[in-house]
Design a protein around this ligand. Structure first.
Ligand SMILES: [Zn+2]
Length: 400
């Protein structure tokens, strides 16, 4: 695998192709015969190869040579632009990317010409939520990497242990945590059961998944009964029976005090009686615990769940998306718009559609390679947001 990484997620731009090459070699098969279940989807590949370059405006207009010394760096970040519609260049392994519409080639440098996936920049934009987010991001990278040079990312940012495993010569073996080709072969031959483990388990291939495949359709199609959650043994049966005897309204009030989904699930596992009593309120309870970032970006524009009107609007849009398979992944939408605003083609009315299954949606998010990667990228973007908060005027506008 080439040694060029997105500065936002730490993942490579050409891993789909490299994965196919590595798997073919490990399995001793032609590339066309590598099992598809172990390869990235075309949508994942599109996300990986849709790039953007963050650099001083003048350098974007005349890209013949990258800024290579500190003296040549502009003092101010006010001229920084984000050039979208880039793809890996023919010499991507040597840090080249190409602007597809003009065919101009650019070289990436780790403190002035910064690149990343377009989809990752979209997430950063939604985390920072400020007009000058591009300039601030550039100022953060310049400050961090001038002080502590880092070739493939932002110095001081933790990209996660899974990414560290990818820094080898081949994609599959270190990322999949495999000991060698024999183990790769054994996993592939194990069939369906091994596929989940390969993507979201020990294999950790999820770190390259596109982070915008919101599992709306899966939530509507896959049933799940919380009533079958395994119970958690309790040694305080007298207290438990008093707790179980509480009116449903009071139990719901307790459940609303839970801050996270795992806490709510723990409460459900206290006893079968508790689960029975809360089951009709679960979708409502879960909806309050779903972070807005795990909803399609239009929900951020609407305001998430700020009011009952916005809840209704978000649910309408989710239902309308579920009726259309042609939904465009947000990594390939027109990223010039500040936030996605999709207009539903058809909006089912309240009288015909059931409530949105939030509990099932949360469960699908927890099982999704895409959503797990989204969570990781948001965690990285939040680290960058903290660094943005620490910028001084001199960091942004130059020392004088
Ligand atoms: Zn990325």
């Amino acid at each position: 695998m080439s040694d060029v990484y997105c500065f936002l997620c730490g993942a490579n731009a050409e891993v789909a192709e490299q994965l196919e090459i590595d798997l073919a070699a490990a399995l001793d098969l032609p590339r066309s015969r590598v099992p598809k279940a172990f390869l990235f989807s075309p949508e994942d590949e599109l996300f990986q190869t849709s790039l953007a370059l963050c650099a001083p405006h003048d350098d974007l207009l005349s890209p013949s040579a990258p800024t290579s010394t500190l003296a040549q760096l502009p003092a101010s970040s006010s001229t920084i632009h984000l050039l979208r519609a880039c793809v890996p260049g023919p010499r991507h392994a040597y840090a080249e990317i190409r602007h597809a519409p003009t065919d101009r080639a650019y070289w990436i440098t780790s403190n002035s010409h910064i690149f990343g996936h377009e989809g990752c920049f979209r997430i950063l934009q939604n985390v920072l939520r400020r007009d000058d987010w591009v300039e601030r991001f550039w100022a953060v990278v310049r400050k961090a990497n001038l002080a502590h040079p880092a070739a493939n990312g932002i110095s001081g940012v933790d990209y996660g242990e899974e990414v560290d495993r990818t820094q080898g010569r081949t994609a599959v073996l270190p990322l999949g945590n495999f000991d060698g080709p024999d183990e790769v072969r054994a996993v592939v031959e194990a069939g369906d059961e091994a596929v989940d483990e390969y993507w979201v388990g020990r294999g950790a291939m999820w770190v390259f998944s596109r982070p915008d495949a919101f599992p709306v359709q899966e939530a509507l199609e896959n049933t799940f009964a919380p009533i079958h959650l395994p119970p958690r043994p309790s040694r305080h049966s007298r207290m438990l029976s008093k707790f179980e005897a509480l009116p449903v309204e009071l139990l719901c009030a307790v459940a609303r005090e839970m801050d996270t989904l795992p806490e709510l699930l723990d409460l459900l596992r206290v006893s079968k009686t508790i689960r029975h009593k809360l089951v009709s309120s679960l979708d409502l309870l879960v909806r309050h615990l779903i972070r807005p970032h795990f909803l399609p970006p239009f929900a951020l524009h609407i305001g998430g769940f700020d009011s009952s009107d916005s809840v209704s609007l978000v649910e309408d849009m989710l239902w309308s998306r579920s009726s259309s398979r042609s939904t465009t992944p947000d990594s390939v939408l027109d990223v010039r718009r500040p936030f996605d605003v999709d207009t539903p083609a058809t909006t089912p009315t309240d009288s015909v559609r059931p409530p949105f299954p939030w509990l099932r949606y949360a469960r699908e998010c927890a099982r999704s390679a895409s959503m797990r990667n989204r969570q990781r990228i948001i965690w990285i973007c939040e680290q960058i947001a903290d660094m943005v908060d620490e910028l001084t005027e001199a960091d942004i506008h130059g020392a004088g």
